[in-house]
Design a protein around this ligand. Structure first.
Ligand code: KMH
Ligand code: ZN
Length: 271
């Protein structure tokens, strides 16, 4: 399964004009990425000034537009930006996505701190269970894997019953993005869980190659890297998905369709 994370909350549109920030840009990118082999989209949105926002009206309209234009599994970020309040991050679920991110612990995040204390994790998880929204557990560090086990032990299985994780590697402050770390992290995941991996910045390629070899799924996109090759900026998300899909085919593990990914993740169709 290929997930595309096209925008994120950190990249500046003025520095990276190809970053999709309007709804039209996002929908166009989503269509192109589905065509290129993506099955899920991890969504952060921006306001009229291209700044990150968790505005509920915009989020709801975004979910609707992506469902109308594509078959992609729509995963909204509940991480938002490091400045977002817990309350606004919890309210993301009111936009009724198929899936949402759920980060399993606090992590240093460059010069900032991405806050995910236990009571917040628990509350977010309980709301996903109540509403039937499938969480993707975001793991930036080894302690997050321990916290995921604790969450499942304390609160039971997620909506749909299947555990899917995403290893986010190479964040300054989190686990490094290399093959040895990936293999160790995968060994510590809950039994039966599926997982994808993404490497931030220059760890993109090593993490993608290691994840493919280790039987994982892939997340790519301009949230995670804006450099395609040394000295060459990414021109759009689709070329990152195309590269991941080409690698998957080379490895005899061709990309899943959105319908196949829905079955794997136990995400109901809601269009
Ligand atoms: N933007 C980061 C602070 C998520 O989407 O859930 C958090 C993040 C994780 O991107
Ligand atoms: Zn994100």
């Amino acid at each position: 399964m290929i997930t595309v994370a096209p925008t994120g909350a950190e990249v500046d549109k003025s520095a990276v004009p190809a970053l999709p920030v309007t709804l039209d840009e996002l929908v166009t990118t989503a269509r192109e990425c589905q065509e290129a082999g993506a099955a899920m989209i991890h969504v952060h949105i921006r306001d009229a000034d291209a700044r990150p926002t968790l505005d509920l009206g915009r989020l709801t309209e975004t979910v609707r537009a992506l469902r109308e234009a594509t078959d992609l599994i729509v995963q909204l970020s509940t991480g938002g930006a490091v400045t977002d309040s817990y309350e606004s991050r919890l309210a993301v679920l009111d936009a009724q996505p198929d899936c949402c991110s759920l980060t399993c612990g606090t992590v240093n995040f460059g010069d900032e701190v991405f806050m995910n204390p236990w009571p917040f994790m628990r509350e977010l998880y309980a709301r996903t269970q109540e509403r039937g929204i499938v969480p993707e557990f975001e793991l930036f560090d080894f302690g997050h894997i321990a916290a995921l086990h604790r969450l499942l032990d304390a609160c039971g299985p997620p909506a749909g019953g299947h555990v899917h994780c995403d290893l986010v590697m190479g964040v300054p402050g989190g686990m490094p993005g290399d093959a040895a770390t990936l293999v160790a992290a995968v060994a510590a995941l809950p039994r039966g869980a599926t997982w994808s991996a993404t490497g931030i910045g220059r760890s993109t390629l090593p993490v993608m190659l290691a994840a493919q070899a280790a039987g994982g799924h892939l997340r790519v996109g301009m949230e995670d890297t804006v450099t395609f090759a040394r000295g060459r900026a990414v021109t759009g998300n689709a070329e990152l998905v195309e590269r991941a899909a080409a690698l998957a085919r080379l490895a005899q593990r061709p990309p899943m369709t959105p319908a196949q990914a829905r079955v794997m993740l136990a995400v109901p169709g809601r269009r």
